[in-house]
Design a protein around this ligand. Structure first.
Ligand code: ZN
Length: 267
């Protein structure tokens, strides 16, 4: 059975947890999605016993710091293993068409030349278009443009081996244009910046983010049976699960997950 490894659950500015990123585990392989904003990705992967040698496929949703900068660390660490003969196969980094240039530039400015030379060789930057399907692990993964107004961003959907449809909607509110990709999902991964009750304090709408109530109403209206909320503020991290779950239950009657960093969910 596939598992969802929750590596980080915070928004861009958090300090008490890591930025939202995750991996789907199938057998001994992991499909990593985003890598947070720094080398905290290495700690959480280590803490969760995810070997770098088990990561050959990464998807980067968009260019914002809290999603892309950890990718530089993945290139650095996996690239070093490639150079020392300790990594089999290639690393594929999937992303929308503007990001290969961004990722290679970030790497070129911050990593040693011998690592950068692997890009285009054993580290492959694979651009995808809206609606494109790629075979990743044992899955047909279909990428889609979430139509962000802030920075071009893609999500994806895929069918798990148990037939369930698993969809990542990125870090902005669901846009109805994406309905063909999101409808019928058994699992929806969606952002929730804060509680609806705290909207005056955190001003999620100014930042084009949702509250727990908004995300839950959406999932309810789409009849999504399993909803994962993350990309949150971290001021009350110790009671986040309890408070977000309590607010969400008022608006959503499916299985609501408000995971902490380091949790593993059975899909
Ligand atoms: Zn973000």
């Amino acid at each position: 059975m596939e598992q969802l490894y929750v590596l980080g659950t915070g928004n861009a500015a958090v300090t008490r947890c890591y930025n939202t990123c995750f991996a789907v585990k199938d057998g001994s392989e992991f499909f990593l999605v985003d890598a947070g904003g720094g080398n905290g990705i290495l700690r959480i992967l280590n803490d969760m016993n995810v070997p770098l040698n088990s990561i050959h496929n990464i998807f980067v949703t968009h260019e914002h710091t809290d999603h892309i900068l950890g990718i530089v660390w993945m290139v650095r660490m996996i690239g070093s293993r490639i150079l020392s003969g300790k990594y089999e196969g290639n690393l594929n980094i999937y992303c929308h068409d503007l990001l290969p240039d961004t990722i290679s530039t970030l790497c070129r400015l911050t990593l040693q030349g011998k690592l950068c030379k692997l890009i285009g060789d054993r580290i492959r930057l694979v651009p995808v278009t809206d609606g494109q399907t790629e075979r990743i692990l044992d899955y047909d993964v279909t990428f889609f443009d979430i139509h962000s107004t802030k920075a071009r961003q893609f999500g994806f959907t895929m069918n798990l081996k148990n037939g369930k449809k698993f969809t990542c909607a990125g870090d902005e509110p669901y846009n109805p244009i994406c309905q063909p990709y999101v409808e019928g999902s058994d699992w929806l991964l969606h952002e929730a910046f804060c509680l609806y009750g705290d909207r005056e304090k955190y001003k999620p709408y100014e930042k084009h983010h949702s509250t727990v109530k908004d995300a839950c109403e959406l999932a309810q209206s789409l009849n999504i049976p399993n909803l994962v909320l993350w990309h949150t503020e971290d001021d009350q991290i110790s009671v986040r699960k309890e408070k977000y779950t309590a607010e969400g239950r008022e608006y959503y009657h499916g299985n609501l997950f408000v995971p902490d960093d380091g949790e593993i969910l059975d899909l």
